[in-house]
Design a protein around this ligand. Structure first.
Ligand SMILES: [Fe+2]
Length: 360
């Protein structure tokens, strides 16, 4: 963990484009990006991360123009299940997960390899009052810091994430739905796929290698197999693919433990304690009532049927924290990450925080 405590100091492993005092307007930035395309591409190849700071960048539309000037192939569809709102043709809000909860490290859409974008772009027009930093995680180092046994297992067997789009109220007690003071609700498959046509859903899932299972009441379970270790598409380096610990029932609680140790705030410890209690109760209920486990909203196991243990998840989250640089936002910042080489997360925050995202 390398905290970036001085807000004016940028992490050393990022390439930074900083505005000059007499040329910080938006058009100067566009001119710069158009004139230095080759340098930008080689910086991304060398560093994996670019920060653009100090320019007068205020709206999602301006961010979109910046994104398109570097990546003409920005995506206009987001195929994942994260709570996002589309705010421009190629721009979405970053996760709408409530401010006091942490988002553990991951690469975008790691659970759905054929949808995974090569790059993810972020733009922050409003900085949180406190917290809200983005840990940027080196996936190659994560892999080398994992226990040998786990690396061995992951190099031989794929992980399978299960997304349960079930309507029964029994899923209410899933820790991933906790939202003070009670529980929120998850998206239904009709919202996620924006259709009521089962046939269309089946085609969309099969096209990207997902397996589906319809329940008799019309609910849907989707299984997404992914390699946990693979080679980078261009550099061919072997990297950890950025599996999202939230998919494991203990993942959010373990992340909250590391966050509380980092932030050392009463609220962070309280959130950890509540998440621990809910998860513990959830596990106990599953032990007592047979079949209750299928009402989790997310789950993960190895493809051979064995489980990813709590300690496996602990080691993965620990390795994310060991290999993270904490990026502190300034208003108007744009952060571009190679989505195979670097993962990202979000620390809990107070106040208003706005961050937008785009994918290439
Ligand atoms: Fe993300």
């Amino acid at each position: 963990m390398k905290p970036n405590q001085d807000d004016n100091k940028l992490p050393q492993n990022f390439h930074t484009i900083t505005a000059k005092q007499d040329a910080s307007d938006f058009n100067s930035l566009l001119d710069y990006l158009n004139n230095y395309q080759h340098e930008l591409k080689s910086s991304l190849a060398n560093y994996g991360a670019i920060v653009i700071r100090g320019y007068e960048l205020k709206t999602p539309e301006q961010f979109q123009q910046v994104g398109l000037s570097i990546f003409p192939n920005l995506q206009n569809q987001y195929p994942g299940g994260a709570p996002r709102e589309k705010v421009a043709e190629y721009v979405w809000t970053a996760s709408g997960l409530t401010s006091y909860l942490p988002i553990s490290g991951h690469t975008e859409l790691s659970y759905s390899p054929s949808d995974k974008p090569a790059y993810i772009l972020f733009f922050c027009p409003q900085v949180a009052a406190s917290g809200g930093e983005t840990p940027v995680i080196d996936m190659k180092s994560v892999l080398s810091d994992l226990p040998e046994q786990l690396r061995h297992k992951c190099s031989h067997t794929r992980l399978v994430t299960k997304l349960f789009w079930v309507s029964t109220r029994k899923r209410l007690f899933d820790v991933r739905l906790w939202k003070w003071p009670w529980f929120g609700s998850a998206k239904s498959w009709k919202t996620v796929f924006d259709t009521e046509d089962r046939g269309l859903v089946e085609v969309k899932c099969r096209d990207v290698g997902r397996q589906i299972e319809w329940l008799t009441n019309g609910d849907l379970i989707v299984s997404c197999p992914m390699q946990a270790i693979s080679s980078h598409p261009t550099t061919k380096e072997i990297v950890w693919t950025g599996w999202f610990p939230r998919f494991h029932i203990w993942g959010t609680c373990i992340e909250a433990w590391f966050v509380a140790n980092y932030q050392r705030k009463f609220r962070s410890w309280l959130v950890f304690f509540i998440l621990f209690l809910i998860t513990f109760v959830q596990i106990c209920v599953e032990q007592l009532i047979s079949g209750y486990r299928q009402y989790r909203i997310l789950n993960v196991a190895f493809e051979d049927g064995s489980n990813l243990s709590v300690w496996d998840v602990y080691h993965i989250v620990k390795s994310y924290w060991q290999n993270a640089e904490i990026f502190s936002w300034q208003e108007g910042d744009v952060l571009i990450l190679d989505n195979y080489r670097l993962g990202h997360g979000r620390l809990p925050f107070t106040g208003e925080r706005r961050v937008y995202t785009a994918f290439a």
